[in-house]
Design a protein around this ligand. Structure first.
Ligand code: SF4
Length: 400
């Protein structure tokens, strides 16, 4: 049987290969080959868009701002957002980024310099510390990163992520500042080497073929086999917007590719579908088991007792599927130290971290903190945190 050698194709300095049969199995997968998950999970997060600067210019992206227009949150802005999120009952500070801003972003670099930081990475670490001070667990999506970068960020992050999107060379990534699949693969591997619980995913509909989707998922599965660090894979459709002329993939495509993900990935890796982007109700029988993060919004933001509209939507989706909905931390249960994992945990604990511990630095301390924040983390881990139910809009235990 032949082998697909992505290491050779991309000139990687590590081996990344898998059998062609894995790709063929993925390509033959239909929704009938997988089952609905017995439960759904989600996390409560607050967005912290540390900067909208990005060295790349992906044609479907509305996140980045060009030089001169990009924002950079100050320490006080980071603190204010995190404080509001923690007060509202969030557990996660979701740090979103572009990729490392290049020299064109003079205002960003000058601002960092004025604040006493020699790089965005250094400032990012301080921002994560602020989130921890305010009672949230950071989950950062900082774009391409090497092993040293992960080693610096791991002690202040519960988990991290980067979307692979696709291993294909697509027009959407073309141009002078082109995002390279090889760099994303290097990043996912570096996260594995550093023992970082990791989120990645594929973006569907940016010009890739079915074989590219199968190879992308197989590459993620292979890297996870080597390091055990992939906690979830997002199957995300591209959406039409003012910068993109890509049509959103249809329902049939999303059903097939979601089932493909479920079948290619190990059972212990969650498959996430974002309800704000995908027809989630129609994907429940294709094996999704996570609905991503929900954030408090507008008036609800300041009142933890008030039902969150986005949370109500998740509860309705779970109700539609006839399965329980559970809140989780940004880091999945299986990567938690035993002492924080709930009694009755029936999943597969993660294998030993390549570095000795999945959670290091300030993260175990935050989970163990003898304060309201530590208690909130632990109650979510124990599944004792209240959920708002669609029937009543009131709080109810999140147990089975
Ligand atoms: S790397 Fe990410 S933030 Fe930057 S342009 Fe591409 S999708 Fe947008």
């Amino acid at each position: 049987m032949s082998t697909v050698d992505l290491g050779g194709r991309f000139g990687l300095d590590f081996e990344l290969a898998f059998r062609e049969s894995r790709v063929q199995r993925a390509l033959q997968t239909t929704p009938a080959d997988v089952s609905a998950a017995p439960q759904l999970t989600f996390a409560r997060n607050v967005f912290v868009p540390l900067t909208t600067a990005c060295r790349y210019t992906c044609t479907y992206c509305t996140y980045y701002d060009p030089p001169g227009e990009a924002s950079l949150l100050s320490e006080s802005e980071v603190r204010d957002r995190c404080r509001v999120g923690a007060d509202a009952g969030c557990t996660e500070a979701l740090f979103t980024f572009g990729d490392e801003p290049d020299d064109r972003y003079t205002r960003i670099h000058d601002q960092l310099d004025e604040w006493g930081y020699d790089s965005l990475r250094a400032y990012h670490i301080r921002a994560c510390e602020i989130a921890l001070e305010e009672g949230l667990l950071p989950h950062s999506n900082p774009g391409d990163l090497d092993r040293a970068g992960f080693d610096r960020l791991k002690p202040v992050n519960a988990s991290m992520g980067v979307m692979l999107e696709t291993t294909a060379d697509v027009r959407a990534h073309s141009g002078a500042r082109q995002k390279e699949p090889a760099d994303r693969l290097r990043t996912i591997r570096a996260a594995g080497e550093a023992g970082v619980p990791f989120t990645t995913g594929i973006l569907v509909g940016i010009g890739e073929e079915w074989r590219d989707r199968a190879e992308s998922l197989a590459a993620i599965a292979r890297l996870h086999e080597q390091y055990g660090h992939v906690q979830e894979v997002i199957v995300q459709p591209v959406v039409e917007n003012e910068r993109s002329d890509f049509a959103s993939p249809d329902r049939t495509t999303m059903r097939r590719v979601t089932a493909m993900a479920r079948r290619v990935l190990p059972e212990s890796v969650s498959v996430q579908s974002p309800p704000n982007l995908a027809p989630v109700r129609e994907l429940l029988d294709c094996g999704i088991d996570d609905l991503g993060g929900v954030s408090p919004v507008t008036d609800d933001y300041i009142n933890p007792e008030y039902e969150w509209p986005a949370l109500r939507e998740l509860a309705e989706i779970a109700d539609y599927g006839g399965v329980p909905l559970h809140e989780r931390l940004p880091v999945y249960d299986r990567y938690l130290p035993d002492r924080f994992r709930r009694v009755g945990f029936d999943g597969l604990p993660a294998d030993a971290s390549p570095t000795g511990a999945w959670l290091t630095g300030q993260i175990p301390d935050a989970l163990a903190a003898p304060d309201v924040h530590g208690e909130r983390f632990r109650s979510v881990a124990r599944r004792e945190a209240p959920l708002a139910t669609p029937e009543t809009g009131a709080s109810a235990p999140g147990d089975d």
